[in-house]
Design a binder for this molecule. Structure first.
Ligand code: NAP
Length: 250
């Protein structure tokens, strides 16, 4: 669907690489002012912002560890101060620390829950105040098909991604009447740094479960996220959209 250029402002957490990078570029292409965000990869984040600006868009780079609640609040505050407001929040930043549940250390459990789930709550909380004031907002949370069907070796990650879906439904119900929609997307296996390191044998097993017969690409998630952020998606709320080549069908 083609859409007129937007004048809206978006924060995509973890947009220095992978899916978030593709989302930031796509929002930039559509005319959004884009807050590109990273925690370690400053050069990559700068490159994303440069590309957006090079194509005539507006982008600024922000740093911050979203595993920390105060940092989440400060990040949203900084973006609003820079852009004069925030219309779209994409909770994308995430990590994995995979191992079987019995071997999973407390620090690996907590790091994944804090980075992938608690961050979405604290960032949404910080962004919602302004969205309610302007009677308009979009929050898009990045879950995973793992959050729907589970996955061996990912107790922390799957719990976080299932939690994201629950959080999405609660926020969607709480703020729907104020012009704010909250949706989730659940990607399947998408080519990025997160999946690049997986063993070929494991990749082969995933591939067998994907009717499309291939892995997804970051832009294929970005396109759906940009649509959920658009005016055309105003009546879609509390949903989880799987983007997985048909791997999980409900
Ligand atoms: P990725 O390539 O590893 O990129 C992760 C991004 O998150 C980077 O920009 C990274 O910033 C940022 N990040 C990580 N920890 C952070 C922290 N504590 N604070 C702030 N930013 C942090 O991952 P990806 O594959 O693009 O995944 C993006 C999202 O999609 C994640 O939520 C992931 O769970 C989800 N997902 C991915 C797949 C897949 O197949 N790839 C499937 C389902 C869901 P730095 O560059 O600074 O480290």
């Amino acid at each position: 669907m083609s859409e007129a250029k937007s004048t809206k402002r978006v924060l995509v957490t973890g947009s220095s690489r992978g899916l978030g990078r593709a989302m930031a570029l796509e929002f930039g292409r559509r005319g959004y002012s884009v807050a590109v965000h990273y925690v370690r990869s400053q050069a990559s984040a700068e490159e994303v912002a440069d590309r957006i600006r090079g194509a005539g868009g507006e982008a600024r780079v922000f740093e911050g560890d979203v595993a920390d609640a105060d940092t989440c609040q400060a990040l949203v505050k900084e973006v609003i101060a820079e852009f004069g407001g925030l219309d779209v929040l994409v909770n994308n930043a995430g990590i994995t620390r995979d191992t079987l549940a019995l071997r999973m250390r407390e620090e690996d459990w907590r790091a994944v829950i804090d980075t992938n789930l608690s961050s979405a709550f604290f960032l949404a909380k910080a962004a919602l105040r302004g969205m309610l004031r302007q009677n308009h907002g979009r929050i898009i949370n990045i879950s995973s098909v793992g959050g729907l069907i589970g996955n061996v070796g990912q107790a922390n990650y799957v719990a976080a991604k299932a939690g994201i879906i629950g959080l999405t439904k609660v926020l969607a119900r709480e703020y729907a009447a104020r012009g704010v929609t909250v949706n989730a997307v659940a990607p399947g296996f998408i080519e990025s740094d997160m999946t690049a390191g997986l063993a070929d044998e494991l990749k082969g097993r995933y591939l067998e479960q994907i009717p499309a017969g291939r892995f997804g690409r970051p832009y294929e998630v970005a396109e759906a996220v940009v649509f959920l952020a658009s005016e055309g998606a105003a009546y879609i709320n509390g949903q989880t959209l799987t983007i997985d080549g048909g791997m999980v069908m409900s």
